[in-house]
Design a protein around this ligand. Sequence first.
Ligand SMILES: [Zn+2]
Length: 248
Amino acid sequence: MTKALVTSEFLHTPHAFSTRQDGVSEGVYSSFNLGISTGDDRTKVEQNRQAFLDAFGLTKAQVCALEQVHGNRVVEAQPGWFDEDADASVSNQADLLLIIGTADCLPILFHDPVKAAIGAAHAGWRGSALGISQKVVEKMTELYGSSPKDIRVVIGPCIQGACYQVGEDVINEFRKAQFPEAVYQSDAEGKYRLDLVAANRWLLEAKGVKEIHSLEECTHCDQERYYSHRRDGLKRGSHWSAIMLKAQ
Ligand SMILES: [Zn+2]
């Protein structure tokens, strides 16, 4: 499992971002595919998922996996296997793994070591325009008394701004939500390059979060290590990102 998972020294609680390496899936899904919605052999995906959970020493019953819908709903995590429509969860329970699935979108992990609380969010352009990373901070404050300045955030492997071309319709949503113009740039093809890492950094800083770290790994550029929806379309695998608190 050494190549399969990436961690950040920035977060001091068990967490990981998966790569596509060291799994059992084949062909376009090769090899550590954790998603079942794009046509991979289900048995192989289940084997990969088991390996992912084994890395945390947890079972399926200790997981909160969401039915992600590109919205900005944040739920307090309960054990569940893709049955809740939401794009982020928060928790202060030990041994409950918060999971986010992505293949270009931003997986964002949150840890407040002072109040012992965590969060995990799926932020594509829709969720980002809807301010999902701010909603996570608000929920951690509301439920656990977290102070934004104590929350440490890591943005995992995702499509970086230089590779993410979008049209005017998408940029209009960011204009409406009053994002700074620095998060998008017009390109030579008459479209835009949208930097979702910068957009979420701006959202978080506006909430008072100071400790924000991006892995700066591009899923679109690094075909050897990552799946990319933009690059490969629907016939591709998915990554999982996850975070948990350990029992004291
Ligand atoms: Zn790239």
